[in-house]
Design a protein around this ligand. Structure first.
Ligand code: BG6
Length: 511
């Protein structure tokens, strides 16, 4: 009880609403808008982080009136709010929602948008500040930015800000990411571009910096002298669901590694920044990404494993193979699982392997970072028959069951000197209660207040793609011949186990 009161006090005394603005969502009739963006903006209104001078304009292809758009969102919020909807706040929110139909490439639609914005900005006193959210298909990103530029909608004048959030995937490979960056930087200054990675909005991911740099005990041992290896797992129970066409183009490597997983590595491995200023933090993350040595083709063959799920049992249900999913090529060679062994070649991490794995149709949903420390010297305990002491592991549970666990050895009570592993556990929900959040609230808020810390900078993305590109090249040149090579409901192909076994290690048993 005491801790709850304390947490509430911290939250309420810190509430500082963002300044006035209008959020323009491109792709407003799509999934992301109904599942994440509108619920997040509504949640920000509930927690008083949204300015009272705020409005939303949805832009998409289907013809709809403002009223029809509001009625659609009114139905959807009940499903996606993640809890009961406060009718008074929702009514206030709905009054400031507008809609503009148009083709993304049609200059006339942007002229119409301009007229609507002038009206909305006047009515809601949003002071000319604009947040453009590109929730469209990736193939429209450059078109929308170009058109925004041509219509004069993103010029910053007289202290007004104009910012553009761009969804992932940002590019398809190193070359296309560079081309996209080049194209949008002709219209926007880097400070106006917010490349989103929703992992950076997760509380547990943000807590990585708090854990490392807000405590005195971790930093001294956070290096190769004390750490044996780091293991990152991002496992999903789900298959590709309705996203066959996207996934056939992307695959697990592009979908998860250059963005989410490399961000987790960057936060785990970075040096302390000189301040929490956006560029100070991003400079340190960038250095980590640059220090990951890109693999040679031979190294790709040894240190990169790919897999594709076959039929199997997940959550007691028989599920079909990837090749039988909707709108997937029945002979597809796209990977749904990746395991890699990477090195961050710098003073702190030299020779410490970073093992990572991500896959769909795994036995359970779990994302965690496990820091495995060196084994203790055994000599002291040999005379009492303790054969092998388990190494200490610090596990950062990103989701679900968010929290942190430290495992260590303790004497089992009794006359004999016997040791067993025990856990010291911190559970977010026990301490802070369960928060209603989609994970996008923080990111939207940070963009509105102009803090780009949790967003990707152009150089970071470039460095991320540079890590992945050699793997894409080898896999393209040598298509997999053994797909499907793991059953749904398993932890991936046997080659993923072999990757660690060759180093005398094994993946953590996650159930
Ligand atoms: C997305 C990927 O970026 O992240 C999806 O495109 C994946 O394929 C999702 O399922 C995972 O996100 P989360 O928040 O559920 O871990």
């Amino acid at each position: 009880m005491q801790s709850d009161a304390h947490v509430q006090q911290i939250t309420s005394s810190n509430v500082k609403p963002a300044g006035p603005s209008v959020a323009v969502i491109f792709g407003a009739s799509g999934d992301l808008t109904k599942r994440k963006l509108i619920p997040s903006l509504y949640n920000l209104a509930v927690s008083k982080y949204l300015s009272k001078d705020f409005a939303v304009v949805g832009f998409a292809r289907p013809e709809m009136t403002h009223e029809e758009f509001r009625a659609k969102l009114d139905q959807e919020i009940k499903v996606y709010a993640g809890g009961s909807v406060d009718q008074a706040i929702w009514a206030w929110f709905m009054e400031r929602i507008y809609y503009q139909a148009g083709e993304f490439a049609d200059p006339k639609a942007y002229e119409a948008l301009k007229t609507l914005l002038a009206e909305v900005e006047g009515r809601h006193n949003t002071q000319g500040n604009r947040l453009f959210y590109l929730a469209t298909l990736p193939s429209f990103f450059s078109t929308v930015v170009e058109q925004l530029g041509a219509a004069g909608l993103v010029e910053e004048q007289g202290g007004q800000w104009r910012r553009v959030i761009i969804e992932k995937p940002f590019g398809h490979d190193l070359e296309s990411a560079r081309a996209l960056n080049k194209g949008i930087s002709q219209v926007l200054a880097e400070r106006q571009i917010y490349r989103i990675d929703h992992y950076l909005g997760k509380e547990t991911v943000q807590n990585l910096m708090a854990l490392r740099f807000g405590n005195g005990i971790f930093e001294p041992i956070w290096n190769r002298r004390f750490i044996d290896h780091i293991e990152i797992t991002v496992a999903e129970e789900l298959g590709v669901e309705q996203r066959g066409p996207y996934y056939e183009e992307a695959g697990a490597l592009r979908d998860m590694v250059p963005n989410h997983i490399l961000q987790l590595i960057a936060l785990t491995a970075m040096e302390p920044p000189i301040s929490f200023d956006a560029d100070a933090v991003r400079d340190e993350k960038f250095k980590v990404l640059k220090a990951i040595s890109p693999m040679s083709p031979e190294e790709v063959l040894q240190r990169a494993v790919r897999g594709q799920y076959g039929e199997g049992i997940v959550a007691d249900t028989l599920v079909r193979s990837y090749r039988k999913e909707d709108r997937v090529n029945p002979e597809s060679n796209i990977e749904t699982f990746v395991a890699l062994k990477l090195f961050v070649d710098n003073w702190r991490w030299a020779k410490v392997p970073f093992y990572l794995r991500t896959g769909k149709r795994m036995p359970k949903r779990v994302t965690e970072i496990a820091i495995q420390f060196h084994r203790p010297p055994l000599l002291l305990f040999r005379h009492v028959g303790v054969e092998q002491l388990e190494p200490n592991t610090l596990v950062i549970r990103i989701q679900p069951n968010e929290g942190i666990t430290l495992t260590f050895g303790a004497k089992i009570p009794g006359p004999k000197m016997e040791m067993g592993g025990v856990n010291m556990d911190f559970n977010y929900a026990d301490h802070f209660g369960v928060q209603t959040s989609t994970g996008y609230e923080t990111l939207l808020y940070e963009c509105m207040i102009g803090d780009a810390t949790p967003f990707q900078r152009a150089d970071m993305l470039d460095a991320g793609w540079a890590v992945v590109q050699p793997i894409l090249d080898v896999w393209k040149a040598l298509p997999a011949r053994d797909f499907p090579n793991y059953s749904s409901g398993s932890w991936g192909p046997k080659e993923a186990d072999a990757l660690l076994e060759r180093d005398g290690k094994h993946w953590r048993h996650l159930g």
